[in-house]
Design a protein. Structure first.
Length: 115
């Protein structure tokens, strides 16, 4: 019985210590700001970095979606091809002509490439 009580007490102390470390800081009392000072205060610094990850995500999307994908089987898939989204291992190309000139071919059943 004493052993169980001792273990329970130790767990409660550990939980209390954890809560004390993660507890939020006490709120500071609000001080009235002068209207002129409020107009010259710059935007919070925390708001600026939030825009940066969006730009990085857009750059990754642009890099991940080339105009033409040449698969490991040398098939050139453009955005209208049914295999475009399923092609994961590929070499990117700007145009279908560049892809075909590099040794690729158009998918079967697609419109013939213009020369």
């Amino acid at each position: 019985m004493f052993k169980n009580t001792l273990i329970a007490t130790a767990l409660m102390v550990a939980c209390a210590a954890t809560l004390a470390q993660t507890a939020a800081a006490p709120a500071k009392p609000a001080t009235p700001a002068a209207p002129a000072a409020a107009a010259t205060v710059p935007a919070p610094a925390a708001a600026t970095p939030k825009a940066a990850p969006v730009a990085k995500a857009d750059a990754k999307t642009a890099e991940a979606m080339p105009a033409v994908k040449k698969s490991n089987n040398d098939i050139c898939h453009d955005a209208t091809s049914s295999g475009y989204t399923s092609t994961k291992n590929f070499k990117p190309f700007a145009t279908m002509d560049e892809c075909i000139k590099s040794g690729g071919r158009a998918p079967k059943g697609s419109a013939p490439a213009k020369k």
